[in-house]
Write a protein that binds this ligand. Structure first.
Ligand code: ADP
Ligand code: MG
Length: 513
């Protein structure tokens, strides 16, 4: 009986492997950017079209490839990065599996132009669905350019499964962020459909974070740093008051590689305990350096899930490092130099000059002398209740309150009322409500005077009405948001590229629904 098991042809095996490595255009972006970094490029350019569905191109100024290597790199398990199994435990490169290019070439149209520094001319290679279509010499600058066109052209089911351009673009920007943040010293640029999206010059870590997420990020960052035997921790965390509603700005890097790790994330959130507003998430850009042999990256082809030898100690170190930084940098209050100083002055005193009180010192006064002597005279005079004319100045004390009390004066001196329902201080009836309405006065068509349990209340009708309207508008603006008005001078709001992609995605979704 003939055997039924056959070895799959390479291009079929590659297509199957591609399913794991390449899920969407963003996966291609990640693999190509990482290859450029491994080739020690200092300037990397990413060009995408239609959310990467039509084109993903990465141009670098790295080491380039020779003629043979240019062909070999598309073979499965072809890599220059490891040679023996032991190398897996001492990794210093992003790639090592040797399957990315083989997988990509199996499901797209790939064009490679590459030249090494010492060569006169470079190699131009075109591959479609794992088949080499052409290979020729080409004049090209030192470095490598990979163009990946028409992704999933031979797997229509996968191609149809891709989301809108805006969604795919957001995934690409995510990958770009991760690589750009892991390597601030490398210059990156990104273009989409001919438009510049990012131009990031070589810089330090803080500058890179600010360049990626916008100028306002700078004030939010708190540096962290801790060196221990098993891990070096550095980077930045966001101040608690700038917590975000989504998890957009949370990054862990281990040995310059972006990773996802729920356990370490928990350590960070735990360190912020009680400092964050309900429903907000901290931002963080945390870089861990561990000895390569204590790290296993070989868990998943995308290499974002890794296994640490001593995760528990890492958790404890990370948590205390963050707590320490939060304590050190967060307690300093922010001085607000822009504040308008006149705002603090009470309205009544705003335009008045200050007056120095006069102090009269009697030089010859002796406290031990007989009290019968001439008594001490100061500028202060006891009020003379018997002779009211001497106290004519008493009203000045109430200068600022005068307006408010005028109603009382009126009521006192000139009880001219429009309607008089009863005597003001008569307290004989038992039904309080009735008593209230029966004793409400209006004076000068301006004030309402009414007795209350503790005395008397005088209400300025006009002001009470204004207050009621004010409360009403305030409620409308803050609660129901029903009032909108176009601003005379528009306010400029800056969004990060990630947020722009998100907005486009949302408006696209809204238009379609
Ligand atoms: P891996 O990165 O895991 O080694 P890849 O399939 O991504 O596997 O790449 C295969 C090989 O192609 C790499 O080992 C490297 O030698 C070479 N290579 C890929 N991209 C570049 C590049 N941009 N510049 C120079 N060499 C490259
Ligand atoms: Mg690679």
């Amino acid at each position: 009986m003939s055997s039924i098991i056959q070895l799959l042809p390479d291009h079929v095996a590659n297509q199957i492997a591609a399913g794991e490595v390449v899920q969407r255009p963003a996966s291609v972006v990640k693999e190509l950017l990482e290859n450029a970094i491994d080739a020690r490029a200092t300037d990397i350019k990413l060009i995408v079209k239609d959310g990467g569905k039509t084109l993903v191109q990465v141009i670098d100024n790295g080491s380039g490839l020779g003629e043979t290597d240019a062909r070999l790199c598309f073979e499965r398990h072809a890599t220059s990065k490891i040679r023996i199994a032991e190398d897996l435990f001492d990794l210093h490169t992003k790639g090592f599996r040797g399957e990315a290019l083989a997988s990509i070439a199996a499901i797209a149209h790939v064009e490679l132009k590459t030249k090494q520094d010492q060569e006169e001319v470079g190699v131009h290679l075109i591959i479609e669905g794992s088949k080499v279509i052409s290979q020729e010499a080409v004049v090209t600058p030192k470095g490598t350019s990979f163009s990946v066109k028409n992704l999933f052209f031979n797997i229509p089911a996968r191609r149809n499964f891709l989301k809108s351009d805006a969604v795919e673009m957001r995934h690409i920007i995510d990958e770009f962020h991760r690589v750009a943040l892991a390597h601030p010293q490398i210059a990156f640029s990104m273009y989409s459909n001919g438009n510049e999206v990012f131009v990031l010059p070589s810089s330090n870590l803080r500058q890179r974070i600010v360049a990626v997420f916008g100028g306002k990020t700078n004030e939010k960052l708190v540096p962290i740093h801790e060196d221990t035997d098993i891990v070096n921790i550095y980077g930045f965390i966001g101040k608690p008051e700038f917590g975000k509603k989504n998890r957009g700005e949370q990054f862990f890097f281990v040995n310059d590689r972006f990773i996802k790790n729920g356990y370490l994330h928990h350590a960070v959130v735990n360190a912020y305990d009680g400092l964050l507003k309900e429903g907000t998430q901290p931002s963080y850009f945390i870089y861990l350096e561990v000895p390569p042999h204590t790290l296993d990256i070989n868990i998943h082809p995308t290499k974002t899930e890794v296994k640490f030898d001593d995760e528990q100690s890492l958790y404890a170190f990370l948590r205390s490092t963050i707590k320490h930084s939060l304590g050190q940098f967060n307690i300093v209050p922010v001085l607000d130099f822009d504040k308008d100083a006149t705002l603090d002055i009470p309205y009544e005193f705003k335009d008045k000059d200050t007056q120095t009180p006069t102090v009269i010192v009697r030089q010859d006064f002796n406290p031990f002398e007989n009290k019968e002597q001439e008594p001490f005279k100061s500028s202060y005079r006891e009020p003379n209740y018997k002779n009211p004319t001497q106290n004519s100045n008493w009203e000045a004390l109430y200068a600022c309150l005068k307006e408010d009390f005028s109603a009382i004066e009126v009521a006192h001196n000139d009880p001219e009322t429009d309607q008089v329902f009863g005597s003001l201080f008569q307290e004989t009836t038992t039904d309080y409500e009735e008593e209230m309405s029966a004793k409400t006065y209006q004076i000068h068509r301006k004030y309402i005077v009414s007795p209350i349990k503790s005395g008397i209340i005088i209400i300025n009708q006009q002001r009470a009405h204004e207050r009621i309207l004010y409360e009403e508008f305030l409620k409308k603006i803050t609660l129901s948001k029903s009032i909108t008005q176009k601003l005379l001078f528009p306010i400029e709001i800056t969004f990060s590229q990630y947020e722009i992609a998100l907005l486009q995605e949302l408006s696209h979704w809204r238009n379609n629904s």
